[in-house]
Write a protein that binds this ligand. Structure first.
Ligand SMILES: NC(=O)C1=CN([C@@H]2O[C@H](COP(=O)(O)OP(=O)(O)OC[C@H]3O[C@@H](n4cnc5c(N)ncnc54)[C@H](O)[C@@H]3O)[C@@H](O)[C@H]2O)[C@@H](O)CC1
Ligand SMILES: Nc1ncnc2c1ncn2[C@@H]1O[C@H](COP(=O)(O)OP(=O)(O)O)[C@@H](O)[C@H]1O
Ligand SMILES: [K+]
Length: 512
């Protein structure tokens, strides 16, 4: 598990290290500067002509210390100060004094004819608190236009460490060398487009500095696959869970096929699909392993039939390609009602199930979101459009506040909210949040969400809790894309490839 921090958390952990553990701030700054310079060497950055622009806070202090270390190594370094030298942090003042003592000039503007091989941005770090305007904005624009590689100290100046938003203007880095923990703003869009490659350096601010208050946002890593269900030699199909997939409508059989295949690829013992009769032939040809229960598209299945198949299942996924017909809505309502009194079943709502709930909620239908009353916390997997319908916020608003939107929805609805995007957020109603770091733009292709719902459903059927299955499923789904893209390329990656990818990833990580 990795932890990602926002500005408040990072500043608190800095302060805890200094005040609680008595580590001098200047020592941390020196470690940051040494780590930064060492990383430049490791990355083979061309240090022939370095320009470094420093602000008046501790990010600028880091920059001044970096300038000194590079100067002492014999590199040509031009130091520029952005801001008022007098109104600076204490450590920044000390670093200015050291530079003065070494006779290193500090300029107040970027020299006209400079052609740097490296531009280092140390104007703002996690202390950026408002929009960048005026001289600072001009300086950042000019830095972006200069020749040479661009490296940011801790985070690209102008990017909000909390949301990744561009506050006015921002430095566009090729490389960000960050300290202690990755900053959320360097990962969330659009901040990630300004960060370049991110390297995290240890400077002695560790988990100890949390003083019992860990960061709210986590990211899974390969070692977190240790909880994946393993195959036992003494077992049968009943040992690996039963998944009911309520999916597909007329002309939308593919969603059910992809979801069912993904569930089998994830190791589910038995998958039953409830779908309109028209999909029988295609499903039986495409996924012969699946058991079918079909219904007349104009008639809801009899209540005892619905009850029986729901009773049969360990986990229920409803929504992929479901359509928004009256029958679909009636089946959904039955499932929502059933869920309120069956705590031993796991539920996932996706795609049209979410659109139907949103429609009903927005037209004032009482109990449209009965998942609030489920004893076993339900999972929902909206993409941005579905989330927009559920929350009545615009896609733009949601994108600006991806983490917060998912977290608020999870809290208010007592569901696990998997808000799908480039970096999918999984927000749990116990205030934990995961930001997914696997996956690639090749996955922006029809059907990849259907694969995800089948995958998570299969993990839940195999008795991972919903709290475990949702973030782990998202991570596995992304890695399936990453493993396949190496051979398909970004354009060629399809949802069907993801199913092969799931098998490959599981083959690697469940053998260890
Ligand atoms: N002692 C510590 O706490 C450590 C801090 N470190 C560095 O210090 C950084 C954080 O330092 P600070 O908390 O001093 O904050 P920053 O150096 O990021 O920026 C704060 C300064 O910028 C000003 N400012 C903020 N937004 C502005 C805007 N839009 N326009 C103009 N001025 C603006 C503030 O008034 C303040 O003077 C980290 O990112 C990291 O690089 C590291 O040296 C490690 C140790
Ligand atoms: N640029 C991207 N980078 C990483 N993952 C992506 C990207 N675009 C989409 N995805 C992933 O692909 C899936 C798309 O889901 P969805 O939009 O529901 O697809 P569909 O409705 O076609 O099945 C989500 O899991 C999402 O996180
Ligand atoms: K910076």
């Amino acid at each position: 598990m990795k932890y990602l921090v926002d500005s408040r958390e990072m500043q608190k952990y800095d302060a805890n290290t200094i005040s609680h553990f008595k580590v001098p701030g200047l020592l941390l700054m020196e470690r940051a500067a040494i780590a930064f310079v060492e990383e430049l060497h490791r990355q083979n950055v061309d240090l022939t002509e370095v320009l470094i622009v420093c602000g008046s806070g501790n990010n600028g202090g880091d920059g001044l210390a970096i300038a000194r270390l590079l100067f002492l190594e014999g590199h040509a370094v031009t130091v520029v100060y952005a801001g008022n030298k007098e109104h600076c942090s204490e450590s920044n003042r000390v670093q200015q004094d050291i530079l003065n003592a070494y006779g290193i000039s500090i300029y107040m503007d970027i020299p006209e004819k400079i052609r740097p091989t490296l531009v280092i941005d140390a104007i703002f770090g996690v202390g950026l608190s408002r929009d960048v305007t005026g001289e600072y904005a001009d300086m950042l624009c000019r830095m972006n236009e200069l020749s040479g590689e661009k490296a940011a100290v801790d985070i690209a100046s102008g990017i909000s460490a909390d949301t990744g938003a561009i506050l006015g203007t921002a430095f566009r880095a090729d490389l960000t060398i960050t300290f202690a923990f990755e900053k959320l703003g360097s990962i969330l869009w659009p901040g990630n487009e300004y960060a370049g490659r991110i390297i995290v350096c240890d400077i002695g601010i560790t988990k100890e500095s949390w003083l019992g208050e860990p960061p709210a946002v986590m990211a899974l890593e390969e070692k977190d696959f240790s909880i994946l269900p393993k195959r036992k030699s003494h077992s049968n199909k009943g040992s690996y869970g039963k998944l009911l997939l309520i999916a597909g409508s007329v002309n939308m059989a593919g969603a059910a096929v992809l979801s069912a295949k993904a569930a089998y690829a994830t190791g589910c013992g038995l998958v039953r699909v409830l779908t309109p009769e028209e999909n029988r032939a295609i499903l039986q040809c495409s996924v012969p392993e699946a058991v079918l229960t079909t219904y007349d598209k104009t008639l809801v299945p009899e209540e005892p039939v619905l009850r029986e198949i729901l009773d049969w299942a360990d986990a229920i996924v409803i929504g992929p390609g479901l359509g928004k017909e009256k029958t679909s809505a009636q089946i959904l309502n039955f499932v929502l009602e059933y869920g309120t009194s069956h705590e031993n079943k796991a539920f996932l709502f996706d795609a049209d199930a979410l659109n139907l709930v949103a429609e009903q909620k927005n037209t004032g239908v009482q109990g449209a979101d009965r998942w609030k009353n489920f004893k076993n916390t339900a999972v929902i997997t909206p993409h941005l459009g579905e989330m927009s319908r559920l929350t009545r916020k615009t896609v733009g608003e949601i994108q600006k506040n991806l983490l917060q939107t998912a977290a608020d929805f999870a809290d208010e609805n007592q569901v696990i909210c998997v808000l799908k995007d480039e970096h999918t957020v999984t927000a749990l109603p116990d205030h934990k949040r995961y930001l997914n770091l696997s996956g690639n733009p090749g996955m922006a292709t029809a059907g990849s969400g259907d694969v995800l719902s089948g995958l998570i459903g299969a993990l839940m059927a195999q008795k991972l809790t919903s709290y475990q299955a949702a973030p782990l499923g998202v991570y596995l789904h992304g890695l399936a894309g990453d493993i396949m893209v190496q051979t398909t390329g970004l354009q060629g990656l399809t949802a069907s490839d993801l199913i092969t990818g799931i098998k490959k990833v599981l083959n690697i990580y469940t053998q260890q």
